[in-house]
Write a protein that binds this ligand. Structure first.
Ligand SMILES: Cc1cc2nc3c(=O)[nH]c(=O)nc-3n(C[C@H](O)[C@H](O)[C@H](O)COP(=O)(O)OP(=O)(O)OC[C@H]3O[C@@H](n4cnc5c(N)ncnc54)[C@H](O)[C@@H]3O)c2cc1C
Length: 507
Protein backbone atom coordinates (compact mmCIF):
# COMPACT_ATOMS: atom_id res chain seq x y z
CA UNK A 1 0.00 0.00 0.00
CA UNK A 2 1.19 3.48 -0.79
CA UNK A 3 0.62 6.75 1.12
CA UNK A 4 -2.06 9.00 -0.37
CA UNK A 5 -0.22 11.26 -2.82
CA UNK A 6 -0.26 15.04 -2.46
CA UNK A 7 -1.78 15.32 -5.89
CA UNK A 8 -3.08 12.98 -8.57
CA UNK A 9 -1.40 13.09 -11.98
CA UNK A 10 -4.32 11.41 -13.73
CA UNK A 11 -7.92 10.61 -12.87
CA UNK A 12 -10.46 8.23 -14.24
CA UNK A 13 -13.35 6.12 -12.95
CA UNK A 14 -12.01 2.58 -13.32
CA UNK A 15 -8.35 1.66 -13.67
CA UNK A 16 -7.74 -1.77 -15.18
CA UNK A 17 -4.29 -3.22 -14.60
CA UNK A 18 -3.17 -5.57 -17.39
CA UNK A 19 -4.38 -6.04 -20.94
CA UNK A 20 -4.97 -9.70 -21.69
CA UNK A 21 -8.45 -11.11 -22.21
CA UNK A 22 -9.43 -10.38 -18.61
CA UNK A 23 -8.27 -6.77 -18.67
CA UNK A 24 -9.85 -6.19 -22.07
CA UNK A 25 -13.19 -7.69 -21.03
CA UNK A 26 -13.20 -5.75 -17.76
CA UNK A 27 -12.57 -2.49 -19.57
CA UNK A 28 -15.28 -3.16 -22.17
CA UNK A 29 -17.84 -3.99 -19.47
CA UNK A 30 -16.93 -0.99 -17.30
CA UNK A 31 -17.10 1.34 -20.31
CA UNK A 32 -20.46 -0.08 -21.41
CA UNK A 33 -21.76 0.47 -17.88
CA UNK A 34 -20.99 4.17 -18.22
CA UNK A 35 -17.54 4.49 -16.63
CA UNK A 36 -14.45 6.22 -17.91
CA UNK A 37 -11.75 3.60 -18.04
CA UNK A 38 -7.97 3.49 -18.31
CA UNK A 39 -6.02 0.33 -19.07
CA UNK A 40 -2.43 0.14 -17.84
CA UNK A 41 -0.24 -2.51 -19.47
CA UNK A 42 3.26 -3.21 -18.23
CA UNK A 43 4.76 -4.55 -21.44
CA UNK A 44 5.24 -2.71 -24.75
CA UNK A 45 2.46 -4.75 -26.36
CA UNK A 46 -0.90 -5.80 -24.97
CA UNK A 47 -1.86 -9.45 -25.10
CA UNK A 48 -0.18 -11.15 -22.15
CA UNK A 49 -0.49 -14.90 -22.25
CA UNK A 50 -3.92 -14.49 -23.79
CA UNK A 51 -2.72 -13.65 -27.29
CA UNK A 52 -0.63 -16.83 -27.56
CA UNK A 53 -3.29 -19.11 -26.09
CA UNK A 54 -5.22 -21.72 -28.03
CA UNK A 55 -8.29 -19.47 -27.90
CA UNK A 56 -10.67 -22.13 -26.57
CA UNK A 57 -13.41 -20.55 -24.51
CA UNK A 58 -15.30 -23.05 -22.35
CA UNK A 59 -19.09 -22.71 -22.61
CA UNK A 60 -22.03 -24.61 -21.17
CA UNK A 61 -25.65 -25.29 -22.07
CA UNK A 62 -27.00 -25.74 -18.56
CA UNK A 63 -25.78 -23.72 -15.58
CA UNK A 64 -26.76 -26.28 -12.94
CA UNK A 65 -24.92 -29.10 -14.74
CA UNK A 66 -21.88 -26.90 -15.26
CA UNK A 67 -21.91 -25.97 -11.59
CA UNK A 68 -21.96 -29.64 -10.57
CA UNK A 69 -18.93 -30.33 -12.74
CA UNK A 70 -17.01 -27.29 -11.47
CA UNK A 71 -17.85 -28.23 -7.91
CA UNK A 72 -16.44 -31.73 -8.43
CA UNK A 73 -13.25 -30.52 -10.13
CA UNK A 74 -12.61 -27.98 -7.41
CA UNK A 75 -12.89 -30.44 -4.53
CA UNK A 76 -13.96 -27.94 -1.91
CA UNK A 77 -11.32 -25.31 -2.71
CA UNK A 78 -13.73 -22.67 -4.03
CA UNK A 79 -17.10 -21.57 -2.59
CA UNK A 80 -20.23 -22.73 -4.40
CA UNK A 81 -21.53 -19.23 -5.12
CA UNK A 82 -18.30 -18.33 -6.93
CA UNK A 83 -18.55 -21.46 -9.06
CA UNK A 84 -22.26 -20.91 -9.74
CA UNK A 85 -21.46 -17.47 -11.10
CA UNK A 86 -18.88 -18.89 -13.49
CA UNK A 87 -21.24 -21.70 -14.51
CA UNK A 88 -24.03 -19.23 -15.27
CA UNK A 89 -21.58 -17.04 -17.16
CA UNK A 90 -20.47 -19.99 -19.29
CA UNK A 91 -24.03 -20.37 -20.58
CA UNK A 92 -23.99 -16.72 -21.71
CA UNK A 93 -20.63 -16.84 -23.48
CA UNK A 94 -21.76 -17.91 -26.97
CA UNK A 95 -24.02 -14.84 -27.19
CA UNK A 96 -21.36 -12.60 -25.71
CA UNK A 97 -18.80 -13.90 -28.23
CA UNK A 98 -21.21 -13.16 -31.11
CA UNK A 99 -21.83 -9.66 -29.78
CA UNK A 100 -18.12 -8.94 -29.55
CA UNK A 101 -17.40 -10.54 -32.92
CA UNK A 102 -19.66 -8.04 -34.68
CA UNK A 103 -16.86 -5.47 -34.32
CA UNK A 104 -14.78 -6.99 -37.12
CA UNK A 105 -16.86 -9.70 -38.75
CA UNK A 106 -15.21 -12.56 -36.83
CA UNK A 107 -16.84 -15.95 -37.32
CA UNK A 108 -17.84 -17.58 -34.04
CA UNK A 109 -17.93 -21.38 -33.89
CA UNK A 110 -19.66 -23.21 -31.05
CA UNK A 111 -19.11 -26.95 -30.66
CA UNK A 112 -19.99 -29.58 -28.10
CA UNK A 113 -17.09 -30.93 -26.11
CA UNK A 114 -17.47 -32.69 -22.77
CA UNK A 115 -15.43 -31.75 -19.70
CA UNK A 116 -12.06 -33.46 -19.32
CA UNK A 117 -13.13 -35.95 -16.67
CA UNK A 118 -16.18 -38.20 -16.21
CA UNK A 119 -17.68 -36.09 -13.45
CA UNK A 120 -21.30 -35.06 -12.95
CA UNK A 121 -22.51 -32.58 -15.56
CA UNK A 122 -19.63 -33.09 -17.96
CA UNK A 123 -21.71 -33.43 -21.11
CA UNK A 124 -23.22 -29.96 -20.83
CA UNK A 125 -20.02 -28.34 -22.06
CA UNK A 126 -18.66 -27.05 -25.33
CA UNK A 127 -16.16 -24.59 -26.72
CA UNK A 128 -16.39 -21.29 -28.51
CA UNK A 129 -13.60 -20.49 -30.96
CA UNK A 130 -13.14 -17.67 -33.42
CA UNK A 131 -13.07 -19.89 -36.50
CA UNK A 132 -12.27 -17.16 -38.97
CA UNK A 133 -11.49 -13.47 -39.12
CA UNK A 134 -11.59 -12.27 -42.72
CA UNK A 135 -8.46 -10.39 -43.78
CA UNK A 136 -6.66 -11.06 -40.51
CA UNK A 137 -3.13 -12.45 -40.56
CA UNK A 138 -1.90 -13.24 -37.04
CA UNK A 139 1.76 -13.16 -38.05
CA UNK A 140 1.38 -9.61 -39.37
CA UNK A 141 -0.89 -8.31 -36.62
CA UNK A 142 1.21 -9.81 -33.80
CA UNK A 143 4.70 -10.46 -35.22
CA UNK A 144 6.13 -10.92 -31.72
CA UNK A 145 3.71 -13.76 -30.95
CA UNK A 146 3.87 -17.46 -31.68
CA UNK A 147 0.77 -19.31 -30.69
CA UNK A 148 -2.38 -20.64 -32.25
CA UNK A 149 -4.40 -18.63 -34.77
CA UNK A 150 -7.53 -19.03 -32.66
CA UNK A 151 -5.97 -17.30 -29.65
CA UNK A 152 -4.71 -14.43 -31.78
CA UNK A 153 -8.10 -14.02 -33.48
CA UNK A 154 -9.92 -13.94 -30.16
CA UNK A 155 -7.50 -11.34 -28.84
CA UNK A 156 -7.99 -9.25 -31.96
CA UNK A 157 -11.74 -9.30 -31.31
CA UNK A 158 -11.15 -7.99 -27.78
CA UNK A 159 -8.57 -5.46 -28.96
CA UNK A 160 -10.92 -4.09 -31.63
CA UNK A 161 -13.74 -3.78 -29.09
CA UNK A 162 -11.50 -1.78 -26.77
CA UNK A 163 -10.37 0.41 -29.67
CA UNK A 164 -13.92 0.95 -30.96
CA UNK A 165 -14.94 2.31 -27.57
CA UNK A 166 -11.96 4.65 -27.48
CA UNK A 167 -10.76 3.23 -24.18
CA UNK A 168 -7.28 4.67 -23.51
CA UNK A 169 -4.47 2.11 -23.14
CA UNK A 170 -1.06 3.00 -21.73
CA UNK A 171 1.57 0.38 -22.59
CA UNK A 172 5.02 0.12 -20.95
CA UNK A 173 3.19 1.29 -17.83
CA UNK A 174 3.64 -1.14 -14.92
CA UNK A 175 1.38 -0.58 -11.93
CA UNK A 176 3.58 -0.59 -8.82
CA UNK A 177 1.41 -0.07 -5.74
CA UNK A 178 -2.20 0.46 -4.76
CA UNK A 179 -3.27 3.54 -2.85
CA UNK A 180 -5.80 3.07 -0.04
CA UNK A 181 -7.59 5.63 2.08
CA UNK A 182 -7.83 5.46 5.87
CA UNK A 183 -10.78 3.03 5.61
CA UNK A 184 -8.76 0.68 3.43
CA UNK A 185 -10.68 1.55 0.24
CA UNK A 186 -8.56 1.48 -2.91
CA UNK A 187 -8.67 4.97 -4.37
CA UNK A 188 -5.95 4.76 -6.98
CA UNK A 189 -2.51 3.46 -7.72
CA UNK A 190 1.05 4.35 -8.54
CA UNK A 191 2.17 3.48 -12.04
CA UNK A 192 5.61 3.85 -13.56
CA UNK A 193 5.70 5.63 -16.90
CA UNK A 194 9.00 6.58 -18.57
CA UNK A 195 10.86 5.89 -15.34
CA UNK A 196 8.61 8.26 -13.34
CA UNK A 197 6.07 7.34 -10.69
CA UNK A 198 2.65 8.68 -11.63
CA UNK A 199 -0.33 8.78 -9.24
CA UNK A 200 -3.58 7.73 -10.88
CA UNK A 201 -6.85 8.30 -9.05
CA UNK A 202 -9.59 5.73 -9.59
CA UNK A 203 -12.89 7.37 -8.68
CA UNK A 204 -14.75 4.04 -8.69
CA UNK A 205 -12.31 1.16 -8.37
CA UNK A 206 -9.15 -0.61 -9.47
CA UNK A 207 -9.40 -3.98 -11.19
CA UNK A 208 -6.31 -6.15 -11.13
CA UNK A 209 -6.23 -8.26 -14.29
CA UNK A 210 -2.47 -8.61 -14.46
CA UNK A 211 -2.08 -12.35 -14.73
CA UNK A 212 -0.19 -14.80 -12.58
CA UNK A 213 3.45 -15.59 -11.87
CA UNK A 214 4.65 -17.62 -14.85
CA UNK A 215 7.61 -15.25 -15.08
CA UNK A 216 8.52 -15.12 -11.40
CA UNK A 217 11.01 -17.73 -10.22
CA UNK A 218 10.89 -16.58 -6.62
CA UNK A 219 7.13 -17.08 -6.12
CA UNK A 220 7.44 -20.44 -7.90
CA UNK A 221 10.24 -21.56 -5.58
CA UNK A 222 8.23 -20.58 -2.53
CA UNK A 223 4.95 -22.20 -3.51
CA UNK A 224 5.84 -25.20 -5.69
CA UNK A 225 7.66 -28.38 -4.77
CA UNK A 226 9.23 -29.03 -8.21
CA UNK A 227 12.32 -26.96 -8.97
CA UNK A 228 12.96 -25.59 -11.46
CA UNK A 229 9.74 -25.16 -13.42
CA UNK A 230 10.30 -23.44 -16.76
CA UNK A 231 7.95 -20.87 -18.20
CA UNK A 232 6.23 -21.70 -21.49
CA UNK A 233 5.46 -18.42 -23.11
CA UNK A 234 5.50 -15.08 -21.36
CA UNK A 235 7.73 -13.00 -19.10
CA UNK A 236 5.42 -10.10 -18.23
CA UNK A 237 3.49 -11.92 -15.51
CA UNK A 238 5.67 -11.70 -12.43
CA UNK A 239 3.06 -11.83 -9.69
CA UNK A 240 2.73 -8.02 -9.44
CA UNK A 241 -1.00 -8.27 -8.85
CA UNK A 242 -0.45 -10.81 -6.09
CA UNK A 243 1.99 -8.53 -4.28
CA UNK A 244 -0.16 -5.41 -4.71
CA UNK A 245 -3.25 -7.23 -3.47
CA UNK A 246 -1.32 -8.73 -0.54
CA UNK A 247 -0.12 -5.29 0.48
CA UNK A 248 -3.77 -4.22 0.55
CA UNK A 249 -4.55 -7.14 2.87
CA UNK A 250 -5.71 -9.83 0.42
CA UNK A 251 -5.98 -13.50 1.23
CA UNK A 252 -4.41 -15.86 -1.32
CA UNK A 253 -5.65 -19.13 -2.76
CA UNK A 254 -4.65 -21.88 -5.19
CA UNK A 255 -1.00 -20.82 -5.20
CA UNK A 256 0.20 -24.43 -5.58
CA UNK A 257 -1.81 -24.99 -8.73
CA UNK A 258 -0.49 -24.43 -12.20
CA UNK A 259 -1.46 -25.55 -15.66
CA UNK A 260 1.59 -27.34 -16.93
CA UNK A 261 3.17 -30.26 -18.64
CA UNK A 262 6.67 -31.24 -19.65
CA UNK A 263 8.82 -29.74 -22.36
CA UNK A 264 12.29 -28.94 -23.66
CA UNK A 265 14.89 -26.42 -22.60
CA UNK A 266 16.61 -24.63 -25.45
CA UNK A 267 20.40 -25.25 -25.56
CA UNK A 268 20.93 -21.47 -25.88
CA UNK A 269 20.70 -20.26 -22.25
CA UNK A 270 19.60 -16.85 -23.54
CA UNK A 271 16.37 -18.33 -24.94
CA UNK A 272 13.85 -17.32 -22.28
CA UNK A 273 11.19 -20.02 -22.55
CA UNK A 274 10.68 -23.72 -22.39
CA UNK A 275 9.33 -25.40 -25.50
CA UNK A 276 6.04 -27.18 -24.98
CA UNK A 277 5.69 -30.77 -26.15
CA UNK A 278 3.58 -31.64 -29.14
CA UNK A 279 -0.04 -31.45 -28.08
CA UNK A 280 -2.01 -34.64 -28.74
CA UNK A 281 -5.79 -34.75 -28.34
CA UNK A 282 -7.14 -35.01 -24.80
CA UNK A 283 -9.05 -38.17 -23.90
CA UNK A 284 -11.63 -38.93 -21.30
CA UNK A 285 -11.07 -41.72 -18.76
CA UNK A 286 -13.51 -44.54 -19.49
CA UNK A 287 -13.92 -43.51 -23.11
CA UNK A 288 -10.42 -44.19 -24.41
CA UNK A 289 -8.63 -42.44 -27.18
CA UNK A 290 -9.27 -42.04 -30.89
CA UNK A 291 -7.65 -44.99 -32.67
CA UNK A 292 -5.32 -42.97 -34.90
CA UNK A 293 -3.48 -41.00 -32.22
CA UNK A 294 0.10 -42.17 -31.67
CA UNK A 295 2.47 -40.92 -29.01
CA UNK A 296 6.01 -41.34 -30.31
CA UNK A 297 7.81 -41.24 -27.00
CA UNK A 298 8.32 -42.65 -23.56
CA UNK A 299 9.89 -40.79 -20.71
CA UNK A 300 12.30 -42.16 -18.07
CA UNK A 301 13.70 -40.74 -14.85
CA UNK A 302 17.29 -40.82 -13.63
CA UNK A 303 17.03 -44.51 -12.77
CA UNK A 304 16.27 -45.28 -16.43
CA UNK A 305 12.69 -46.32 -15.63
CA UNK A 306 9.33 -44.95 -16.69
CA UNK A 307 7.61 -43.15 -13.85
CA UNK A 308 4.27 -41.97 -15.27
CA UNK A 309 1.66 -42.43 -17.95
CA UNK A 310 3.21 -40.02 -20.46
CA UNK A 311 -0.23 -39.51 -21.98
CA UNK A 312 -2.52 -38.50 -19.13
CA UNK A 313 -6.09 -37.57 -20.14
CA UNK A 314 -5.28 -33.85 -20.23
CA UNK A 315 -1.55 -34.00 -20.62
CA UNK A 316 -1.04 -30.26 -21.13
CA UNK A 317 -2.59 -29.68 -17.73
CA UNK A 318 -1.26 -32.41 -15.43
CA UNK A 319 1.84 -33.64 -17.28
CA UNK A 320 4.19 -31.82 -14.90
CA UNK A 321 2.72 -33.24 -11.72
CA UNK A 322 4.59 -36.56 -11.61
CA UNK A 323 7.91 -34.70 -11.90
CA UNK A 324 7.30 -33.15 -8.49
CA UNK A 325 8.61 -36.10 -6.52
CA UNK A 326 11.60 -35.30 -4.35
CA UNK A 327 13.70 -38.24 -3.19
CA UNK A 328 15.15 -37.46 0.25
CA UNK A 329 17.57 -40.41 0.03
CA UNK A 330 19.35 -38.97 -3.01
CA UNK A 331 18.47 -35.35 -2.23
CA UNK A 332 17.21 -34.92 -5.76
CA UNK A 333 14.21 -34.84 -8.02
CA UNK A 334 14.66 -38.08 -9.98
CA UNK A 335 12.49 -36.86 -12.85
CA UNK A 336 13.90 -33.33 -13.24
CA UNK A 337 15.01 -33.44 -15.91
CA UNK A 338 13.46 -36.60 -17.29
CA UNK A 339 14.66 -38.15 -20.54
CA UNK A 340 12.53 -38.51 -23.64
CA UNK A 341 13.24 -41.55 -25.81
CA UNK A 342 12.04 -41.84 -29.42
CA UNK A 343 13.12 -44.08 -32.29
CA UNK A 344 13.58 -43.38 -35.98
CA UNK A 345 9.92 -44.14 -36.79
CA UNK A 346 8.78 -41.85 -34.00
CA UNK A 347 11.02 -39.04 -35.20
CA UNK A 348 9.18 -39.01 -38.51
CA UNK A 349 5.68 -38.87 -37.00
CA UNK A 350 5.38 -35.14 -36.25
CA UNK A 351 7.25 -32.19 -34.71
CA UNK A 352 7.92 -33.14 -31.10
CA UNK A 353 8.05 -29.57 -29.83
CA UNK A 354 5.80 -26.53 -30.22
CA UNK A 355 7.46 -23.19 -29.36
CA UNK A 356 5.05 -20.57 -28.05
CA UNK A 357 5.74 -17.03 -26.95
CA UNK A 358 4.69 -13.42 -26.71
CA UNK A 359 8.02 -11.61 -26.75
CA UNK A 360 9.54 -9.04 -29.07
CA UNK A 361 12.69 -10.03 -30.95
CA UNK A 362 12.19 -13.76 -30.66
CA UNK A 363 11.90 -16.18 -33.53
CA UNK A 364 11.86 -19.92 -33.08
CA UNK A 365 10.21 -22.66 -35.08
CA UNK A 366 10.38 -26.44 -35.00
CA UNK A 367 11.00 -28.62 -38.06
CA UNK A 368 8.36 -31.02 -39.32
CA UNK A 369 10.63 -34.08 -39.08
CA UNK A 370 12.66 -32.97 -36.03
CA UNK A 371 15.90 -33.09 -38.04
CA UNK A 372 16.77 -29.43 -37.50
CA UNK A 373 16.49 -29.97 -33.75
CA UNK A 374 18.79 -33.00 -33.95
CA UNK A 375 21.30 -30.82 -35.79
CA UNK A 376 20.97 -27.95 -33.30
CA UNK A 377 21.51 -30.28 -30.33
CA UNK A 378 18.02 -29.78 -28.90
CA UNK A 379 17.55 -33.50 -29.50
CA UNK A 380 20.38 -36.03 -29.16
CA UNK A 381 20.95 -39.04 -31.40
CA UNK A 382 22.38 -42.48 -30.62
CA UNK A 383 22.82 -45.65 -32.65
CA UNK A 384 21.90 -47.97 -29.81
CA UNK A 385 20.11 -47.80 -26.47
CA UNK A 386 23.44 -48.41 -24.71
CA UNK A 387 24.91 -45.41 -26.46
CA UNK A 388 21.81 -43.36 -25.63
CA UNK A 389 22.10 -44.30 -21.96
CA UNK A 390 25.77 -43.39 -21.94
CA UNK A 391 25.17 -39.99 -23.56
CA UNK A 392 22.40 -39.28 -21.07
CA UNK A 393 24.28 -40.55 -18.03
CA UNK A 394 21.61 -43.17 -17.34
CA UNK A 395 22.14 -46.82 -16.26
CA UNK A 396 22.29 -48.71 -19.57
CA UNK A 397 20.84 -51.98 -18.25
CA UNK A 398 17.82 -50.19 -16.83
CA UNK A 399 17.19 -48.23 -20.05
CA UNK A 400 17.39 -51.39 -22.16
CA UNK A 401 15.12 -53.27 -19.76
CA UNK A 402 12.62 -50.38 -19.78
CA UNK A 403 12.49 -50.23 -23.57
CA UNK A 404 12.29 -54.03 -23.92
CA UNK A 405 9.42 -54.12 -21.48
CA UNK A 406 7.75 -51.20 -23.25
CA UNK A 407 7.95 -52.99 -26.59
CA UNK A 408 6.44 -56.16 -25.08
CA UNK A 409 3.59 -54.09 -23.65
CA UNK A 410 3.05 -52.45 -27.07
CA UNK A 411 2.78 -55.92 -28.63
CA UNK A 412 0.28 -56.97 -25.95
CA UNK A 413 -1.60 -53.66 -26.22
CA UNK A 414 -1.58 -53.05 -22.47
CA UNK A 415 0.57 -50.69 -20.40
CA UNK A 416 0.41 -52.64 -17.17
CA UNK A 417 2.73 -50.17 -15.44
CA UNK A 418 0.84 -46.89 -15.88
CA UNK A 419 -2.24 -47.55 -18.01
CA UNK A 420 -1.35 -45.45 -21.05
CA UNK A 421 -4.12 -45.66 -23.68
CA UNK A 422 -3.30 -48.75 -25.80
CA UNK A 423 -3.88 -47.05 -29.16
CA UNK A 424 -1.25 -44.43 -28.31
CA UNK A 425 1.48 -47.04 -27.68
CA UNK A 426 4.23 -47.06 -30.28
CA UNK A 427 7.21 -49.44 -30.05
CA UNK A 428 10.70 -47.98 -29.74
CA UNK A 429 12.69 -50.41 -31.82
CA UNK A 430 14.16 -48.82 -34.96
CA UNK A 431 17.57 -47.15 -34.61
CA UNK A 432 18.84 -44.54 -34.51
CA UNK A 433 17.31 -43.49 -31.24
CA UNK A 434 16.73 -39.91 -30.20
CA UNK A 435 16.56 -38.33 -26.80
CA UNK A 436 15.81 -34.99 -25.16
CA UNK A 437 15.80 -33.58 -21.66
CA UNK A 438 12.31 -32.81 -20.36
CA UNK A 439 11.48 -30.31 -17.63
CA UNK A 440 8.29 -29.32 -15.86
CA UNK A 441 6.77 -26.40 -17.76
CA UNK A 442 4.21 -23.90 -16.51
CA UNK A 443 1.79 -22.68 -19.14
CA UNK A 444 -0.11 -20.53 -16.70
CA UNK A 445 -0.70 -20.22 -12.98
CA UNK A 446 -3.97 -20.29 -11.04
CA UNK A 447 -2.98 -18.75 -7.70
CA UNK A 448 -3.61 -15.22 -6.52
CA UNK A 449 -5.92 -13.11 -4.38
CA UNK A 450 -9.19 -14.67 -3.29
CA UNK A 451 -12.26 -13.12 -4.88
CA UNK A 452 -15.96 -13.56 -4.23
CA UNK A 453 -18.72 -14.13 -6.78
CA UNK A 454 -18.72 -10.37 -7.53
CA UNK A 455 -14.95 -10.48 -8.23
CA UNK A 456 -14.29 -8.38 -5.12
CA UNK A 457 -10.87 -9.12 -3.61
CA UNK A 458 -11.23 -10.65 -0.16
CA UNK A 459 -8.96 -9.84 2.78
CA UNK A 460 -7.29 -12.23 5.20
CA UNK A 461 -10.37 -12.17 7.47
CA UNK A 462 -12.94 -12.80 4.76
CA UNK A 463 -14.10 -9.22 4.13
CA UNK A 464 -14.06 -7.53 0.73
CA UNK A 465 -11.34 -4.90 0.31
CA UNK A 466 -13.39 -1.87 -0.72
CA UNK A 467 -13.06 -0.86 -4.39
CA UNK A 468 -10.62 -3.59 -5.35
CA UNK A 469 -11.51 -6.30 -7.88
CA UNK A 470 -9.57 -9.08 -9.61
CA UNK A 471 -10.21 -10.94 -12.86
CA UNK A 472 -8.66 -13.65 -15.01
CA UNK A 473 -5.93 -16.03 -13.97
CA UNK A 474 -4.92 -13.70 -11.12
CA UNK A 475 -6.63 -15.73 -8.41
CA UNK A 476 -8.35 -18.22 -10.67
CA UNK A 477 -11.22 -20.27 -9.23
CA UNK A 478 -9.49 -23.52 -10.24
CA UNK A 479 -8.03 -24.97 -7.06
CA UNK A 480 -7.86 -28.70 -7.70
CA UNK A 481 -8.27 -30.01 -11.23
CA UNK A 482 -8.36 -27.53 -14.07
CA UNK A 483 -10.91 -27.66 -16.86
CA UNK A 484 -9.66 -27.00 -20.40
CA UNK A 485 -10.91 -23.63 -21.62
CA UNK A 486 -11.74 -22.67 -18.04
CA UNK A 487 -9.20 -19.88 -17.74
CA UNK A 488 -10.53 -18.07 -20.77
CA UNK A 489 -14.08 -18.53 -19.55
CA UNK A 490 -13.00 -16.91 -16.29
CA UNK A 491 -11.39 -13.99 -18.11
CA UNK A 492 -14.62 -13.25 -19.98
CA UNK A 493 -17.14 -14.02 -17.24
CA UNK A 494 -15.11 -12.62 -14.34
CA UNK A 495 -13.91 -9.65 -16.37
CA UNK A 496 -17.46 -8.71 -17.27
CA UNK A 497 -18.60 -9.01 -13.65
CA UNK A 498 -15.63 -7.02 -12.34
CA UNK A 499 -16.05 -4.29 -14.93
CA UNK A 500 -19.77 -3.85 -14.30
CA UNK A 501 -19.38 -3.87 -10.54
CA UNK A 502 -16.45 -1.48 -10.61
CA UNK A 503 -18.41 0.96 -12.78
CA UNK A 504 -21.44 0.74 -10.52
CA UNK A 505 -19.59 2.04 -7.49
CA UNK A 506 -20.21 5.66 -6.60
CA UNK A 507 -17.57 8.12 -7.79
C1 LIG B 1 0.15 -21.79 -24.97
C2 LIG B 1 -1.05 -21.57 -24.08
C3 LIG B 1 -2.31 -21.93 -24.53
C4 LIG B 1 -3.43 -21.71 -23.73
N1 LIG B 1 -4.65 -22.01 -24.24
C5 LIG B 1 -5.75 -21.80 -23.49
C6 LIG B 1 -7.06 -22.07 -24.01
O1 LIG B 1 -7.24 -22.42 -25.18
N2 LIG B 1 -8.13 -21.88 -23.18
C7 LIG B 1 -7.98 -21.43 -21.90
O2 LIG B 1 -8.97 -21.28 -21.20
N3 LIG B 1 -6.76 -21.13 -21.40
C8 LIG B 1 -5.65 -21.29 -22.16
N4 LIG B 1 -4.43 -20.96 -21.66
C9 LIG B 1 -4.38 -20.18 -20.42
C10 LIG B 1 -4.87 -18.75 -20.70
O3 LIG B 1 -4.31 -18.30 -21.92
C11 LIG B 1 -4.52 -17.75 -19.60
O4 LIG B 1 -4.86 -18.26 -18.34
C12 LIG B 1 -5.32 -16.45 -19.84
O5 LIG B 1 -5.11 -15.97 -21.15
C13 LIG B 1 -4.89 -15.40 -18.83
O6 LIG B 1 -5.49 -14.18 -19.19
P1 LIG B 1 -5.32 -12.93 -18.24
O7 LIG B 1 -5.95 -11.79 -18.94
O8 LIG B 1 -5.73 -13.25 -16.86
O9 LIG B 1 -3.72 -12.75 -18.19
P2 LIG B 1 -2.75 -12.28 -19.36
O10 LIG B 1 -3.31 -12.52 -20.69
O11 LIG B 1 -1.41 -12.85 -19.10
O12 LIG B 1 -2.71 -10.71 -19.18
C14 LIG B 1 -2.12 -10.12 -18.04
C15 LIG B 1 -1.48 -8.83 -18.48
O13 LIG B 1 -1.11 -8.08 -17.32
C16 LIG B 1 0.12 -7.45 -17.59
N5 LIG B 1 0.76 -7.07 -16.33
C17 LIG B 1 1.43 -7.84 -15.45
N6 LIG B 1 1.85 -7.11 -14.41
C18 LIG B 1 1.46 -5.83 -14.64
C19 LIG B 1 1.61 -4.61 -13.95
N7 LIG B 1 2.29 -4.53 -12.81
N8 LIG B 1 1.07 -3.48 -14.47
C20 LIG B 1 0.39 -3.53 -15.66
N9 LIG B 1 0.23 -4.66 -16.36
C21 LIG B 1 0.75 -5.81 -15.85
C22 LIG B 1 0.90 -8.48 -18.38
O14 LIG B 1 1.97 -7.91 -19.08
C23 LIG B 1 -0.20 -9.05 -19.29
O15 LIG B 1 -0.29 -8.36 -20.50
C24 LIG B 1 -3.28 -21.16 -22.43
C25 LIG B 1 -2.02 -20.82 -21.97
C26 LIG B 1 -0.90 -21.00 -22.78
C27 LIG B 1 0.46 -20.58 -22.29
Amino acid sequence: MSRIPQHWDMETDVVVVGFGYAGGMTAIAAHDAGARVLILEKMPDPGGISVCSAGGLRVARDAEQAFRYLQATNAGTTPDDVLRRLAQGMTELPDLARELAAVNGAVVGVRDSPGNYPLPGNDTFGFVYIDDLPGFDASKAFPHVKGSPQGARLFKVVLDNVAKRGIPVRTSAPARRLVQDSDGAVIGLIVEIDGKEIAVRARCAVVLACGGFEGDGELQRQFWQAKPVLSAAYRGNTGDGIRMAQAAGAQLWHMWHYHGSYGFKHPDPAYPFAIRMKRLPDWQPGQGLRGDVRMAWIMVDRTGRRFVNEYEPYMQDTGARAMDRFDPATQSYPAIPATLIVDEEGRKLYPLGAPTYNERGLSLGWSRDNQAEVQSGLLGQANSLDELAEQCGLPAAAVTATVDRWNRMCAAGVDDSFGRPPTSMVPIATPPFYFGRLWPVVSNTQGGPVHDSEQRVIDAFGRPIPRLFAAGELGSVFGHLYMSGGNLAECFVGGRTAGRNAAALGK
